[in-house]
Design a protein around this ligand. Sequence first.
Ligand code: ZN
Length: 347
Amino acid sequence: MKLPSPTTEALQRMQKVELHCHLELALRMSTLRELAANQGHDVQTEGVFESEFLIQKPMGELRDVLHKFLNTRDVIVSEAWMERIAFEVCEDMYLESNVRILELRYAPSFLLDHHTSMKADRLQEAIQRGVSKAEALYPIAVGLICILQRTNSIEENARWVDFALNHRNGFVALDLADNEVDFDPEPFIPLFMRAKKGGLGITVHAGEPLIPGISKNIITAIDGMGADRIGHGLQAIENPELVEMLAHKGIPLELCPTSNWLTGATPSIETHPFRQLHAAGVQVTINTDDPGIMCTNLLREYHLLAFHQNIPVSVFEQCNAWAFEASFIDEAKRRSVWQTNTQCQQS
Ligand SMILES: [Zn+2]
């Protein structure tokens, strides 16, 4: 039986948790245009800006996706811009999608390796200023996740683990991102063990591309790296034992439907394993990944699942309850912005 789709208003009103969003790829569209124009890109001719910066249909080659990531990275030329970007991401998340708990992740090396005039401490302080400004204006609790890049050496990444551990007032967790096909996670195990010992939460991009056998990275992330959550992890669906293990251990998956479709991880939103994983008892959560360049927001992700998979509001509420518990942000801070059922009914 097809259930009636939840109304826009019901989905908008629902308070939400966003656990998987890359700060450098979450720019407000008008800001990305402004930055691109500042760096001499043609933003006037119809279609040029879109083809250089945006991902609006599935990309055949991961290389093409990465190329667009780099274009966006290249136009963020100062710490001051990152302060503005951080503020705007938080503001848009709250105003457009009623996000109350927001974890933003970024790879310091991704920006700093290209922009040598930027400095890590100044960058982190600028981002925190942007975030604090939003937290003062809106009922939103924000935490940052430091990303290690698989494509960089272990030695270089070790420096970023130290950086994250030395900035515990901002960073709540550590993540591993980039090409998981050509760069195995095993060499990173000691770094993640150190971060976990130091009190950081652990989330790892694993089991994302549609490649047979890739779900082994999810097992390494959990058993070897101490992952509390998995970034994407949708390919777990290829291994029933793993699905059972995720459900049994209560390891949440940070699913990102639009991104998973655009990168070819799933052929369509209809075929995304969200529903199957949920039915198997896996704690699935809904996220945006790269909302700026993938032209989405969290509310839209809910709409897509409601429309294409017939997901009812009660399931979305359960996803948010799991995401609330799985967030690495301090519990008192989370509770201060999260309305209980009684408060919701009164307001
Ligand atoms: Zn991601």
